[in-house]
Each structure stands twice: as C-alpha cells, then as structure tokens.
Design a protein. Sequence first.
Length: 484
Amino acid sequence: MGLAWLVAAAVAAVLASWALNVLVYLVWRPYAITRKLRAQGLRGPGYNFFVGNLGEIKRLRADAAGVALDVNDHDFIPMVQPHFRKWIPLYGRTFVYWTGARPTVCMGDVNVVKQVLSDRTGLYPKNLMNPHIARLLGKGLVLTDGEEWKRHRRVVHPAFNMDKIKMMTATMSGCARSMISEWESQLMMGSNKTQVVEVDVSSRFEELTADVISHTAFGSSYVEGKKVFLAQRELQFLAFSTVFDVQVPGFRYLPTEKNLKTWKLDRKASSAPEEQGKTPALMSLDEIIDECKTFFFAGHDTTSHLLTWTSFLLSTHPEWQERLREEVRCEGGDDDDTVARTGDALNKLKLVNMFLLETLRLYAPVSLINRKTSADLEVGGVKVPEGTILTIPIATIHRDKEVWGEDAGEFRPERFENGVARAAKHPNALLSFFEWAQVVHRAELRDGRGKGRGRHDAAAEVLDGAVTQNLMKAIATTRTVTVR
Ligand code: HEM
C-alpha cells in the first residue's frame, strides 16, 4: 500500500511538473517575450493561446483563395502572404508574430535579411520544426547545417561544377527539344485548320523538369522513375499542407491518417537503388537517398514554376516575345549544337536573361524562407530569444516600392539592363536564389566585374535558358500555342 502511494505521488509530481512546463511554454513565455520585444519597439499581432497567429493566417488565406487575378496584375501577395500584406503597414517591415507558441520575426527589410543570410558562423541555422518537411527532405543539403552541411556539400559539390553543368546542357536541351517536338506533332495531327493547339504548359513543364533531373542527376528518365517521383510529390503536397498547423511535439509518432500516409509514401520515395553494396564512405545510403530527394524537391518545382510563369509573361508581352525571338536568332539560336555542346551561347542571351530575372522577381518560385536563432541574438537591432523563427518573405520584399521603385508591381525586365546589383536600390534585393554569397556572385557576373558565378543559380539558369531558347524557337513558328 505504502509503495502504491509512493508511485502514485511520484507520477503525480511528474505530471504536475510537466503541466507546469506546458503552462510556462504556452502562457508565461509568450507573455514575457512579448513584453521584452515591445520594450525594444518590436510590435506585432498579439499571441493567442496555443495557436498563436496561425488561425488568423489560415483565415486570411482561405478568404483570398477564390480570388482570380487579372492577367496584368502580378500582385499575388493577398493570396499567398495575406498576413504580411495586413501586418507590415500596421507594424512595420520587421515585426513579431506567433507560429503556435514560437515567436517568429518577419524580416521584410533587406538590410536585416542581409545580416542573417550573410552570416557564415552558424548563428542562424535552418529551421527544422515541421516534421513533415523534415521527412520530405531528410538530412539533405536544404535542411542540414554546420559540419553535417559541409560534409554533404563536399560530396555534392562536384555535381555543381560549372563544366559539368555545361556538359548537361546537351541533355537539358534534348529533353526540351523532345517536348517541343511533341507539341509540334500535336499541331500537325490536329484536323484543326487554324493550327491552334492548347497546351497545359504547367503540367508539361513539371514533367520536363522531372525528366531533366532524372537524366542529369540520376541517369534515368522521368518515365523510369515515375513511381518514386509521384510518391515524392505526394509527400511534398502533404508536407506543405501542414505548414500552418501547430506542431505538437511527439505528434509525428502517432498513427494518424496523415502520418500513416506520410510513412507509406516515404517508404516508396526512398526505394533504395540496386547497388547497395557500393555505398561511399563519405555518406551513408540513407543520406544519399535524402540528397536525391532534396535534389528532386529543390530542382523540380522551382524550375518548372519559373518556366510556367516565363511562358505566361511571354504570352502577355508579345513585344518581348519579338525581342527575345530576335535575340535568339541573332546569337546563333538556330544552331542547336552550339548550345548543346557548351551552353556558352546562353550567356550571350542578355534579353532572355533579363526576362528570366524579372520573372524570378515577380514570381519567385520560393516565396519565403526560414531560419532560426541559435542563441539569444540581436536581429535588426532587437535582441530576440534563442529558437525564434526568422521569416524572410521573399515575394513581399520583391514588390517593395522602397526597394524596387514606384514601378515595383510592374513587369519591366529593363530594370535588369545593368545587372542584378543595379536593378534595385539595394544591391542584394533579388532573393530568389538562396545563398547571399551566390547572389553576390551572380551580380558580379552580370555586371561584368568578376568571374564568379553561383553554381546553384547557374544550374537553374542553364536549364531555364536552354528551355526558354527552345521555347522561343517553338513560338517563332507561325502557329499559335495557347498558354493556359
Ligand atoms: C529557378 C530555380 C530555383 C530556385 C528559384 C531555387 C531557390 C532556392 C532557394 C530559395 C533555396 C534556399 C532554401 C533555404 O536556404 O532555406 C534553395 C536551396 C537549394 N537548392 Fe534551389 N532553386 C532553384 C533550382 C534548383 C536546382 C535546379 C537545383 C538542383 C538540381 C537546386 C538545388 C538546391 C539545393 C541542393 C539547395 C540547398 C543548398 C544548401 O543549403 O546548400 N535548386 N534553392
């Protein structure tokens, strides 16, 4: 009897201490942090118990979900980031809001973004809080930090060697050409005398970029790896559907419907390659699989979305179609082999590059990225506690009139005429690609001031350039491709 009481008392003590910790985390801490931040002038919407501001974000997004944009209106922020549109005028470019019970600082000021993204000492690591996204990418480059990131980077680096990327141009060009040939056959086959064909470019580009990645990174084709790709894509949709859910610790281990589905898809997407015995010592087989998933995730939707928006903007700007078509013709665009051999011809396509950069600005495939503070740190002149999420609202910054000028909302590739660094009031305002250093590299390249080029954006640019060039050739025919 005495022992039973003792056990019961111990259990009660553990439960009470756990309940107290939960209460401190969900009630006292948000209150104390809000007071400290307000005292330093950092404002924001108030904390709501447990959900923070996630309820309001979901509501604002749901309200905007049915809105259709006019084709000449590029402002999708009210649909994609309506909370930033609402809160920035109220609280300024840098403000605090709550992701559940976690303080989140929105960094809408490019100078503050620079402070965080240019840090190389590990003060602002990536934010791994969402377990669904962590499962989607595992320990691939996108989510790793510090020594682990360096080890992965060492192994993956050779794949981004500029000469290797240039060699891949032939493959990319081939994939694009075979897609265009398909469109042309569709035109030929149609009994339609007006020779008009409707192509759902968005899904075609998704297949195209999956095909390019399959060929260049995995040495197979989209068709061969289709089952794995589809599983990975479904996993991606599931992961992103949870972005605005409160993440409860331990919840990911419960056999909920979503978790069961995620586990099943993950097993499919992680089907091991056949040569299991040949695992190189630098990375385990699981890590290699995670890196493959990362490559597929990072390089697939990003490039296909960019291509879709590029086609859309070409279709709504016929005068630019004409200019780009002319440039492609003049710079040896008819000689497929030149491009296929080295990809060097793509560097000469100045107008095509300007067009792609402006598309990347207004329709950045990655509209937001997150980091977190590894300790109590000063961010934009305000001391924020360890574990604070730092949100960089790329799409919102790309439309900031103070940064890009009064015409920030307009599609004007001319702004990139003198290079990325001179397109806005801040030299590093174009945030579409990830690393600060690489943004600088790209700026140097465009300004003709240096030889460096970020390997990551070089890869994406070569792919987009190769495809856009082929696209321009297709559009150069007298027939019509309707973009929908
Ligand atoms: C238009 C095309 C692309 C855009 C806009 C884009 C954008 C981005 C952004 C914003 C990040 C940073 C994420 C973060 O730090 O939180 C990132 C990371 C990454 N991307 Fe891309 N990406 C594109 C194409 C590609 C392609 C084609 C590949 C490879 C096949 C690729 C591979 C990666 C990798 C490996 C990382 C992680 C890098 C690291 O942390 O070291 N991306 N990308």
